[in-house]
Design a protein around this ligand. Structure first.
Ligand SMILES: Cc1cc2nc3c(=O)[nH]c(=O)nc-3n(C[C@H](O)[C@H](O)[C@H](O)COP(=O)(O)O)c2cc1C
Length: 216
C-alpha cells in the first residue's frame, strides 16, 4: 500500500539566521528591528501607495541585457551622474529625518555614502544640518530643496553652496505635504527636529522659535 510520507516538522532550534546579503534581506531585518510605526512611516509611499506598487512592478520588469563572451577580467560599475563621478550607478536619495531609524541619522548616511564612493542627496527635512553633514562627509553632497518661500530657498542654497554642496535637486512634485495613509491610520506623528531650521519660524524664515512644519 502506498502511504504518503509527511516531511518531519522542523524544530525552532534548527532555525538559522542568515546574514543579510541583499537589499531585501536588509529590509526584512529593518522591519524586525524598528518600531512598528517607524517601519511603516519609512516603508510606505504617498497616499494609498498605488503609484509605489506600480513603480515596483515597473522596476521588476526591467532586465539586464547579458553581454556574453566579453573580457570580464576588470569589472567596473563606475560612472558619472551629471558630471559627478560615482563608483556605481546608485546614489542616496533624499529622505527626511534619518534619526527616526538611528540617532546618528544623516551623519552616518553621509559617511556610508562617502565610503561607497557615491553621492548623498541631503533632504531639506534632515535631522542634521547642512553644515553638520558637510563636516563629516567624505563623498560628494547634493542638496534636495523644497521651495516654500524665496527667503527660505535663498537661505538654504547659500548655506549649501558655502558648505561645499555641488548641486541642488529641486523637488517639484510636492508643493504641499503629501499624506501617508498608513501613518494616518496608525495615528503616527513624529515631531522630529528639522535641523536646517533650528531657531527659525519655518513658515516665514524669521528668526523666532520653530512653529508649523511645511516640509513634512
Ligand atoms: C521615508 C521617506 C522619506 C522621504 N523624504 C524625502 C524628502 O525629504 N525629500 C524628497 O525630495 N524626497 C523624499 N523621499 C522620496 C525619495 O527621495 C524617493 O524619490 C522615493 O522614495 C522614490 O524612490 P524609491 O522608489 O527608490 O523609494 C522620501 C522617501 C521616503 C521613503
Amino acid at each position: 500500500m502506498l502511504r504518503a510520507t509527511r516531511p518531519k516538522p522542523v524544530s525552532h532550534e534548527v532555525f538559522i539566521r542568515l546574514d543579510p546579503i541583499n537589499l531585501a534581506d536588509y529590509e526584512a531585518l529593518a522591519k524586525e528591528l524598528l518600531p512598528y510605526n517607524v517601519w511603516n512611516e519609512i516603508e510606505s509611499g504617498a497616499m494609498d501607495e498605488v503609484t509605489t506598487r506600480r513603480n515596483r512592478t515597473a522596476l521588476q520588469s526591467l532586465v539586464l541585457r547579458p553581454r556574453l563572451l566579453r573580457d570580464v577580467q576588470h569589472r567596473d560599475l563606475s560612472t558619472t551622474v551629471l558630471g559627478t563621478p560615482v563608483s556605481m550607478p546608485i546614489f542616496v536619495c533624499p529622505a527626511g529625518g534619518h534619526k527616526i531609524a538611528h540617532p546618528d541619522g544623516e551623519l552616518a548616511t553621509a559617511k556610508g555614502a562617502g565610503m561607497s564612493g557615491t553621492i548623498m542627496v541631503l533632504s531639506t527635512g534632515a535631522n542634521y544640518s547642512i553644515e553638520e553633514v558637510a563636516e563629516v562627509a567624505t563623498g560628494p553632497l547634493w542638496m534636495q530643496l523644497n521651495h516654500r518661500s524665496p527667503q527660505l530657498t535663498e537661505m538654504l542654497v547659500r548655506r549649501a553652496e558655502e558648505a561645499g554642496f555641488k548641486a541642488v535637486c529641486l523637488t517639484v512634485d510636492s508643493p504641499v505635504p503629501v499624506p501617508q495613509e498608513r501613518s494616518i491610520k496608525n495615528r503616527y506623528d513624529h515631531p522630529f527636529e528639522r535641523a536646517n531650521f533650528r531657531g527659525m519660524n519655518v513658515k516665514t524664515g524669521a528668526n523666532v522659535s520653530a512653529t508649523g512644519d511645511p516640509f513634512a
